[in-house]
Design a protein around this ligand. Structure first.
Ligand SMILES: Nc1nc2c(ncn2[C@@H]2O[C@H](COP(=O)(O)OP(=O)(O)OP(=O)(O)O)[C@@H](O)[C@H]2O)c(=O)[nH]1
Ligand SMILES: [Mg+2]
Length: 855
């Protein structure tokens, strides 16, 4: 039962309060004391009488104060419940304030009018009134109040702020709060569960247990010192809502605004590590049996534990280490030989293939991968698979091979989202057949498909090239891919806008700072002050609210959950904000914000893009940043069908023509490169690595995640270097695509190439008759720098090609060049001498270039 204490004397209330608060919670000072807390008191008996209040008879409760209750969205319960007291308005002597206008309103379901309401309304820090609550019997505590609608009537707040006349004890309100924390119902975005203020544009911090949402004003008051992370004080000790498990320990923007970084760190740590928030063993059922505490400990403590473990039913094959959700294909490989759960059942993953691994009937996908990996598995085969991936048929006592041994199998697995053994000592690196022994070209064994690996730093143009290849060589985008691209474009648009509004905020601050620190003369600056501190980066309230809201959403990483469902709704305001002169001014400084120039292309079409009927045009597809929604791995197969029809007519034995060369283009985005290049091991059998560099990056800065920033060209160079040193590619030819030549041409006359420290010795030749433009010279210089680096490390020749990926013909030429490189690479093994004299044709030979500065 909750106890509520009303203490007369200062020393006494302080004492009592301290005991009520969670250990370590700061005691609010008297002026700001507006806690309304209900916690179960578990301390020693107190030496004085605790005032008791009988539970209220809800039906007879008449409240003069500001709140009434509606149960608008609740069908089964309809008990009026006592009001939310705007806690910040209650004095420590716990009197209700004077009620004013009370209005009952249903929560509107459309959010557009709410935006209007909120953005036109006053700031949430100011007083408000007229709150209506959807409450429910027995769950009315701070955390449980939902759907509070407020009216932005400034008059009300004025009258409200003075005088508290009700003498009703706050204990009455406290008594209504249950002690148990139960999550209930849906909560409306933007309504603070404590003060009831509503603003859809403000982010709220949610309690991990009951999902009560608090505004930044109320958060600390409702959550205290957060000894178990973000939980209402009354929810401390209770297990978290499992839906929120993935957000444990992930700081929100609002929290980082309210607390210092050190506090945030402590809170996040407590949230992750405190006992109450841990998985309980009975929540995990493995092979049909819930775990015991020591089994859970074993699972979590083993060298390769299942990650992001959530409550649920799993199967585990302790011989191979395979682990998956009950009824599903394997999800990962964890440590083997753990003694946990029941016995693995044959139907554990609901397979119907009549092929068994360690007694489990495998799923169709697994069977497919086994077949692709050339493992013989007719029906009723029983395999025994060990934790190093080696396998044998049951009863035969003869190891047949290693399932994940071949790179190609690992690649297939990754395509089918099946787990593979990673970074384990058993990957047979020493096995010559899995490495590209060039004497028998590897691709012959794989049906003649030659893999081309396309990579580059973020924004270098790899996805543009990939998409161009798709347009060029005939692979149509499927409806599903198109849908993904559409969603990608829509969410990118919000990303661009949020970068702009964030930049605007910064520029505005800077501009105003400058204004105040450099007054032209006293009079002017005074009048400027009165002019409400405006500058070219200032925007109106409405846009400002939208911007704040957008930034909050972006900060919580919620974007995908929120869009594109809301895209249509917000299209007009997106368009309005984008066209705002302040944002346009900000866009002019986009380079400082690392904002791609396609931002304009897409934001100009905000309304069309947001529409349901929107279908990305070819140009949209091409200009969009990324290939897939997750923008991870993408691949396509193609061949160049450019044999002239004439030659076939002439060739009487046209059937004897060699089949067209088939290629598989695999594009990895730059993230895959940063994660310790671990992806790359799957691609050891590629025929060529195509590394893409944006020439125009030479004056850009860039940072790995939140790390220190550096020149982007240097970052590209470093990645390139780590690739050529990678053991998988020791024998693989590299093609360097120097992309964005168009942007480079535009830039080079304004920004000297020597801006990049690696190119500081570039000294262009300035003769009148020189028909080579500066861009041309600069391009050659860059190419030579890369070539020198490459040959100094590998002792081989680097192939370089220039590209403008937005132009389709340029990409076509690039691929034709790559084809020549492959041919040359093949022939060089056959004929070491015949070709070497001729190789300058394939590469940009310019070691004697006049543009090289003195070394
Ligand atoms: N001006 C110009 N822009 C280009 C060129 N190639 C690509 N872009 C643009 O540069 C931006 C980034 O290109 P992407 O193809 O997405 O780059 P990426 O390598 O896939 O980068 P991530 O997806 O971020 O890993 C896009 O807006 C492209 O339209 C080019 O040759 N010239
Ligand atoms: Mg991209």
């Amino acid at each position: 039962m909750s106890t509520a204490t009303e203490a007369e004397e200062e020393s006494t209330w302080e004492q009592v309060l301290r005991k009520m608060l969670p250990a370590g919670a700061p005691l609010p000072d008297e002026d700001h004391l507006d806690y309304s807390i209900a916690v179960e008191y578990q301390g020693p008996p107190v030496p004085y009488q605790v005032p008791r209040v009988d539970p209220l008879n809800l039906d007879s409760l008449s409240i003069r104060s500001s709140s009434l209750v509606s149960v608008a969205d609740d069908t089964d319960v309809s008990v009026p419940v006592a009001a939310p007291i705007t806690a910040s308005k209650i004095s420590k002597f716990s009197r209700f304030r004077n009620g004013t206008a009370n209005v009952l309103v249903k929560e509107s379901t459309s959010s557009v009018p709410q935006i209007e309401k909120a953005v036109n309304g006053e700031n949430e820090e100011e007083g408000e009134s007229a709150q209506v609550v959807n409450g429910r019997k027995g769950e009315e505590n701070e955390g449980k109040r939902v759907n509070v609608v407020k009216f932005n009537t400034p008059r009300d707040s004025e009258t409200e702020d003075d005088g508290y006349s009700s003498t009703q004890s706050s204990a009455a309100a406290d008594a209504l709060r249950p002690t148990s924390a139960v999550r209930k119902g849906s909560r409306k975005r933007g309504v603070c569960s404590r003060c009831g203020k509503k603003n859809r544009l403000k982010e709220r911090e949610a309690c991990l247990v009951c999902d009560a949402r608090y505004c930044s004003n109320c958060m600390l008051k409702a959550m205290g010192s957060m000894p178990e992370g973000r939980k209402c004080v009354s929810c401390i000790g209770h297990p978290i809502d499992e839906l929120k498990r993935s957000s444990l320990g992930k700081c929100s923007r609002i929290l980082s605004k309210v607390c210092s970084p050190l506090e945030v760190r402590q809170i996040m740590r407590a949230e992750k590590e405190c006992a109450a928030n841990q998985l309980r063993p009975e929540q995990l059922i493995v092979n049909g049996r819930s775990l015991r505490q020591e089994e859970l400990a074993e699972v979590l403590g083993c060298p390769i534990p299942p990650q992001n473990l959530k409550p649920g039913k799993y199967w585990y094959d302790k011989d191979s280490g395979l682990w998956g959700k009950e009824g599903e294909k394997p999800d990962r490989i964890i440590s083997s030989k753990l003694n946990v759960g029941g016995k693995l059942r044959s139907d554990a993953s609901n397979g119907n293939t009549k092929v068994y691994i360690n007694g489990r009937e495998i799923t169709k996908v697994e069977l497919r991968v086994l077949k692709l990996a050339k493992v013989q598995c007719p029906r009723d085969t029983h395999f025994w698979v060990y934790d190093d991936g080696s396998y044998e048929e049951e009863g035969q006592n003869k190891i047949k091979g290693k399932i994940w041994g071949k790179a190609s199998t690992r690649f297939i697995c990754s395509l089918f989202s099946l787990p593979v053994l990673h970074g384990n000592p058993f990957v047979p690196k020493e096995d010559p057949t899995t490495f590209s022994g060039k004497s028998v070209p590897k691709y012959w064994e794989q049906g003649g498909v030659q893999k081309l690996l396309l990579l580059g730093l973020e924004g270098s143009g790899t996805s543009t090239i990939f998409k161009q290849a798709k347009f060029l060589y005939g692979n149509k985008f499927t409806p599903e891919e198109l849908q993904n691209i559409k969603v990608m474009i829509q969410s990118n648009m919000y990303k661009y806008l949020s970068m702009l509004v964030e930049g605007r905020e910064r520029f505005e601050e800077e501009a105003l700072m400058e204004k105040t620190t450099t007054p032209v003369n006293a009079e002017e600056s005074a009048s400027e002050f009165e002019g409400n501190q405006q500058c070219i980066y200032s925007i109106n309230q409405r846009s400002k609210h939208f911007s704040d809201w957008l930034l909050d959403i972006m900060a919580t990483g919620d974007l995908d959950a929120f869009f594109p469902a809301a895209t249509r709704e917000y299209a007009p305001i997106v368009d309005e904000v984008w066209k705002d002169p302040a944002i346009q001014e900000t866009y002019k400084r986009r380079e400082e914000l690392h904002l791609a120039d396609v931002a304009k292309y897409f934001l100009d079409q905000a309304v069309e893009i947001s529409s349901n009927e929107y279908e990305p045009s070819e140009k949209d597809i091409l200009y969009a940043e990324g290939v897939t929604k997750s923008n991870g791995l993408a691949f396509m197969e193609f061949s160049f069908d450019d044999r002239s029809p004439m030659s076939e007519i002439y060739n009487e034995e046209s059937e004897c023509l060699p089949p067209l060369d088939k290629y598989q283009l695999i594009r990895i985005n730059s993230k895959g490169l940063h994660d310790g290049c671990k992806w790359l091991e799957m691609f050891e059998d590629v025929r060529a690595v195509i590394f893409c560099v944006a020439l125009s990056d030479y004056d850009q800065t860039w940072a790995y995640g939140s790390g220190p920033s550096c020149n982007k060209m240097l970052a590209s160079r470093d990645i390139f270097e780590s690739l050529m040193r990678h053991p998988c590619f020791l024998d693989t030819p590299f093609v360097l695509l120097l992309n964005k030549y168009d942007a480079f041409e535009d830039k080079i006359n304004q920004v000297p190439l020597s801006t990049c420290e690696w190119f500081k010795e570039f000294c262009p030749v300035r003769t009148h008759n020189n028909n080579q433009t500066l861009a041309h010279q600069a391009y050659y210089y860059v190419a030579v720098k890369f070539k020198e680096l490459y040959s100094s490390i590998t002792g081989r020749k680097l192939f370089v090609w220039q590209a403008r990926a937005r132009e389709r013909t340029s990409v076509d030429e690039a691929f034709k060049y790559i084809r020549e490189v492959l041919k040359w690479d093949e022939e060089k093994d056959d004929d070491m001498y015949g070709i070497t004299g001729d190789d300058s044709f394939y590469s940009t030979e310019m070691s004697s270039s006049p543009y090289m500065g003195p070394e």
